[in-house]
Design a protein around this ligand. Structure first.
Ligand SMILES: Cc1cc2nc3c(=O)[nH]c(=O)nc-3n(C[C@H](O)[C@H](O)[C@H](O)COP(=O)(O)OP(=O)(O)OC[C@H]3O[C@@H](n4cnc5c(N)ncnc54)[C@H](O)[C@@H]3O)c2cc1C
Length: 409
């Protein structure tokens, strides 16, 4: 039984609200402190994998999230001339992958958290924290402070809590691909509404799916060795990004048409894709990390949000089950480290396929049908990731002892 009664959760993105809901279920009162006002999320697409959706069941948020997502049952891969390279059904598992807007996901999770009694403070940027033997004091940029038994850093890939835990903590690794996304006032003709489309264009990679409202949600990954931060990407006018993308995809269908029907205000420039290398210290004293702060895979993994949700639930189970904070945090790291680092490695490999040149794309076209039946078979590559399930009722000690449980690691 835990001795922890209260928690400060820093960050109100994806991991933050889920951590707070799961902690409440574990009998711990949690308050979320988010740096920005409520409407500051970016309008980018993401997918929530079956494992992430299943984890949301533990905090009674799965149905609400399904309400803002579209089921994605297969992926179709084409080249820029519209030639089909391959198509594969997603892993045969329920619930199916959802395609959704990140801001919808964040909004719904915050609403669910608040409906369950979680308090969320906005414009609360953590700048510092002090630990004592029985608690943590957090200092915010507005001069206010808050105290609790533990502090949980759900503050994303540029985590402040990570550097408070370990000033030598690694920085995110920048990958040589720019990431942009948006919505077009155009539905790609004859597109399957339950398919994600991946286009290996002549110069860059383009992904999209059609929406019931007649729009197309899209993202583009453009090879570029020059690192561009989110802030730098947003100093460049959106019209300029759109011009660049229209030039990059000038020879590729249907990217050319989708971009022609995208207004600058519906484009989001994210900058270079980033991925977290292994973080040596996940916790120190009464502070611990969750989500992108400790295990951000590249967006190509399709697992960032899902892993964040899983870790939020698993950390809460550990705090529920262990009387002492160090034992709870150590158990959490044992439950999670190997799994998340494996996904991060896969994400980096997937990202590298998007920088393939025209020759590699031609080879892929030849090899893909065979590869999908053998070493790239989604059941084999993604099945174990997506079949991971958390059993809230099982004690963590039982799970770690490897006794029979429903957990697939
Ligand atoms: C373009 C793109 C596409 C993606 N596609 C996918 C996908 O298909 N599938 C998938 O699962 N994942 C995807 N991801 C990753 C996914 O968005 C992240 O993994 C997920 O948002 C992680 O959640 P988080 O809560 O840990 O971090 P975040 O969502 O980044 O939330 C962190 C929060 O902390 C706040 N914060 C930061 N610093 C402070 C501070 N000092 N004090 C207080 N608050 C602070 C931030 O404002 C933010 O709200 C994608 C990411 C990007 C950028």
């Amino acid at each position: 039984m835990t001795t922890v009664r209260t928690a400060l959760v820093i960050g109100g993105g994806i991991a933050g609200p889920v951590t707070a809901m799961a902690l409440r279920r574990a009998g711990i009162e949690a308050t979320v402190h988010e740096a920005y006002p409520p409407a500051a999320d970016g309008g980018v697409t993401l997918t929530l994998a079956p494992n992430g959706l299943a984890a949301l069941r533990c905090v009674d948020a799965e149905q609400a999230v399904r309400g803002v997502g579209l089921p994605m049952r297969r992926t179709v891969v084409t080249d820029g001339r519209g030639g089909r390279i391959g198509a594969f059904p997603h892993v045969a598992v329920e619930p199916v992958t959802l395609g959704l807007w990140r801001d919808d996901l964040a909004r719904v999770l915050r609403e669910r958290a608040q409906a369950q009694g979680v308090r969320i403070g906005y414009d609360k940027r953590l700048v510092d924290a002090e630990q004592s033997h029985d608690g943590v004091l957090a200092r915010f940029a507005d001069g206010s402070t808050a105290t609790a038994d533990v502090l949980i850093g759900a503050d994303g890939i540029r985590s402040r809590v990570r550097t408070l835990i370990d000033p030598q903590a690694p920085e995110p690794q920048v990958l040589p691909l720019l990431n942009l996304g948006g919505a077009a006032r155009y539905a790609v003709p004859d597109a399957d509404p339950e398919a994600m489309y991946f286009v290996f264009g002549s110069r860059a990679f383009f992904g999209y799916w059609v929406q019931p409202d007649g729009r197309t949600a899209w993202f583009a990954n453009v090879p570029d060795r020059q690192p561009v931060s989110y802030a730098e990407a947003n100093q460049i006018p959106r019209q300029q990004w759109l011009r660049r993308l229209r030039a990059v995809f000038a020879d590729d269908v249907p990217a050319r048409q989708v971009l022609a029907h995208t207004d600058p205000e519906d484009l989001v420039a994210i900058g270079s894709i980033e991925s977290m290398p292994p973080v040596p210290r996940w916790h120190a004293g009464r502070m611990v990390l969750v989500g992108d702060a400790v295990h951000a895979p590249s967006p190509s993994s399709g697992q960032g949000a899902s892993l964040a949700v899983e870790s939020a639930v698993q950390l809460s189970r550990c705090l529920r089950d262990f009387p002492e904070v160090p034992a709870a945090f150590a158990a959490y790291e044992r439950l999670r480290r190997a799994r998340v680092e494996k996904v991060v490695r896969r994400g980096r490999q997937t990202t590298s396929t998007k920088t393939a040149g025209p020759i590699a794309t031609r080879m892929m076209r030849i090899m893909m049908p065979l590869a999908l039946r053998t070493f790239l078979n989604p059941e084999r590559t993604l099945g174990p990731e997506q079949r991971y399930r958390i059993d809230w009722e099982t004690t963590v000690a039982t799970e770690l002892a490897g006794r029979p449980s429903r957990v697939d690691r």
